[in-house]
Write a protein that binds this ligand. Structure first.
Ligand SMILES: NC(=O)c1ccc[n+]([C@@H]2O[C@H](COP(=O)([O-])OP(=O)(O)OC[C@H]3O[C@@H](n4cnc5c(N)ncnc54)[C@H](O)[C@@H]3O)[C@@H](O)[C@H]2O)c1
Length: 350
């Protein structure tokens, strides 16, 4: 029975991954560690709370003692590192915590895993692997054409993407220097259930339902490449099982959309489904984000050729599933935007 140490498993993608894995595999043990920042929410994991193969431990990925204890007491096979500060706007306001978690936290996980997995110089217990969940944002911004491949030079622009790129390079350094078993994944923008409503899609859904204005940065024509979160989870699972030593895998489903397109799609759906007074009049253009990347676009050829990964959910289907999920789970959004972390939510786009 393989044992997974998943970090940041109470966040958006991490919780989807925990649910995906426990549904897919009967015979795995999964330990989820999360420090429960404003973005971590155990409500996401209610369904697996009592699952016999699942354990939650509240801890920080920078806590060497706690992480060591977990390795001491469990024969961990895989570390899957989702834990991160993940919001670009916050990184512009306060870069330090991004370096703390996304760089120092990553380094701490690498060090502890290396210590417990080492059996000789540059030799590790068989079957062990560290997976760094990264982002297409490390590649910077594209012009009107072309795609990010795994060999596109890293050129991050925001403190968030710079901290993720630094974490990635540390993982690469461990593979190059110590032959440490790793993979790095770089995925495009995710959407789906359990995303904190500071991010575009859940924010727009929630504001529409509350008849609040819909802030749009700049001209609204920035392009992101969207992937349904479950397709990301599927890709990570494949990389864990079959990824080649030290390789990077880009993950994306060729679903490029401008921000304004996304917003109009959500308005149209909610207008028809919920309330005819939800209209484009709610759109409010605001001053552009500092250093705002214009376009992201992933070339997923490598993961699809090497591992056979293809996305299952087309954008048109995924966005409707997502909107419906937020409609059916309004309490979830209300709980996290009215509690202890209320200011985190309402301060955005102030
Ligand atoms: N959301 C996207 O579109 C996207 C796309 C590509 C890659 N990623 C990457 O995927 C990962 C998960 O992203 P997300 O959107 O789910 O983020 P999120 O902000 O929703 O979740 C992050 C989780 O990490 C936890 N965390 C933060 N700091 C921690 C620390 N020091 N110790 C332990 N736990 C800590 C938080 O409590 C939270 O549960 C990140 O590494 C992110 O860079 C995200």
């Amino acid at each position: 029975m393989k044992t997974y140490l998943v970090t940041g498993g109470a966040g958006f993608i991490g919780s989807n991954f925990v649910l995906y894995m426990l549904k897919k595999y009967d015979a795995i043990k999964l330990i989820n560690i999360d420090s429960l920042t404003y973005a971590g929410n155990l409500e996401n994991l209610k369904e697996v709370e009592g699952h016999p193969n699942y354990t939650f431990v509240q801890t920080d990925i920078r806590d060497e003692k706690k992480i060591s204890e977990l390795f001491e007491n469990n024969d961990i096979d895989y570390v899957v590192n989702f834990a991160a500060e993940s919001h670009v706007d916050r990184s512009i306001e306060n870069p330090s915590v991004f370096v703390e978690t996304n760089v120092n936290g990553t380094l701490n996980l690498l060090n502890v895993a290396k210590k417990y997995w080492t059996i000789g110089e540059d030799q590790y217990k068989p079957g062990k692997k560290y997976i760094q969940v990264s982002t297409d944002e490390v590649y910077g911004s594209l012009g009107d054409t072309g795609y990010f491949t795994e060999s596109t030079p890293l050129d991050p622009h925001s403190p968030y993407s710079a901290s993720k790129a630094s974490g990635d390079l540390m993982v690469k350094a461990y593979a190059d220097t110590y032959k440490f078993p790793v993979n790095i994944t770089r995925c495009s923008n995710n959407y789906g259930p359990y995303q904190f409503p500071e991010k575009l899609i859940p924010l727009v859904i929630n504001n529409c339902l509350n008849k609040e204005s819909l802030p749009v940065y700049g001209d609204g024509l920035n392009i992101r490449d969207w992937l349904y979160v479950e397709d990301h989870c599927k890709a990570i699972d494949m990389v864990i099982n079959d990824g080649k030593q030290g390789e990077v895998y880009n993950i994306g489903g060729h679903n490029e959309r401008t921000n304004i397109d996304i917003i109009k799609t959500i308005i149209k759906h909610l207008n028809e489904k919920v309330d005819a007074s939800i209209t484009e009049d709610l759109i409010t253009y605001v001053k552009d984000r500092k250093g705002h990347d214009r376009r992201y676009g992933i070339d997923p050829q490598k993961i699809s050729d090497a591992l056979g990964w293809l996305p299952d959910t087309a954008f048109e289907e995924g966005i409707i599933k997502t909107i419906d999920w937020y409609l059916e789970n309004r309490e979830w959004t209300q709980n996290i935007t009215s509690g202890e972390y209320k200011d985190y939510y309402t301060n955005m786009y102030k």
